[in-house]
Design a protein around this ligand. Sequence first.
Ligand code: ATP
Ligand code: MG
Ligand code: FE
Length: 349
Amino acid sequence: GLCLGIESSCDETAAAVVGADRRILSSIIFDQTLLHADFGGVVPEIAARAHAERVDICVAQALSRAGVTLDDIDLISVTAGPGLIGGVLSGVMCARAISAARGIPHLGVNHLAGHALTPRLTDGIAFPYLMLLVSGGHCQFLAVDGPRAFRRLGGTIDDAPGEAFDKTAKLLGLGYPGGPLVEKEAAQGDPARFDFPRPLLDRPGCDMSFSGLKTALRRARDLIVAEKGGLTRQDRADLCAGFQAAVAEVLAEKTARALAEFGRPGGVLAVAGGVAANTAIRTALTGVCDRAGARFLAPPLALCTDNAAMIAWAGLEQWADGARPDAAMVARPRWPLDAGAEPLLGSGK
Ligand code: ATP
Ligand code: MG
Ligand code: FE
């Protein structure tokens, strides 16, 4: 069967057609980066309007690129949360409208389940496996036991690393989105010049914290500005390198713990989220996996960041697992992934 996936929970409007045989027939992504660039972050109002304007055409493009029509679609899967509620609503309304008009069943899936199940779409790996989801809005370790069985093993207690990268870029006047720009600067910098904190490393478990790092970076910047009147290129590069090294070390150390506590010999650690694009972080995680005897799996970047193919796939997996539509499907701004046998099609629970 074929599934039409729709994603609109953050700053990508996306639609995709995916087969139960793991074939991605199309994956269309309308990126909103330029719309938000002047603000240094996603502006919910702007995002909501853009999703509402674009979601229909995005779906039409996904169908035509796949060479199919709605007659060929067996299931519609839409991100029902968590995310910016205005955007999520655009997708959910679109899915419900098509579903009602064409009599195609629809499922509301959790955006994080989409990320978490991506390694099965790309590499067909078996359950269970460990996942580190590290993006602009999320940072958590998950044990993925089944299409609807997730255990959150720990995660950030404040900022997500992507957000920290973006804020760092903003503090240093580098631009938006910050991740790639900070990484580029860091390549020219000395990671040892600034001694940035590695929060929560002294505590057991997989929880992390990144907001103190941001504060330390600001303080270091302000100190240089106070002393010298401004930042040189090298100052900027060193600040970025120190920041990136701290993030990489925290992620690596906590990954080692997650593998030690919850991994199995020869098991898989998969990553997802935009921050997984970072080479220094990838290298650190690869090293940790090698030492733990685990396989490090990073899906292609286009499937690591927000997309609708992962949502279509999650819908297919969960449908096969017994999930069924619920007339009361609602958009949910918050939706923890491991809420037990989760009410997939939220009745607001
Ligand atoms: P969500 O958290 O809801 O999935 P998002 O749009 O914030 O949404 P992604 O699209 O997965 O998350 O990733 C975007 C984030 O990844 C941004 O914060 C960006 O700065 C960060 N990022 C992208 N490339 C890099 C990189 N090379 N190094 C570090 N961070 C990066
Ligand atoms: Mg995004
Ligand atoms: Fe995401």
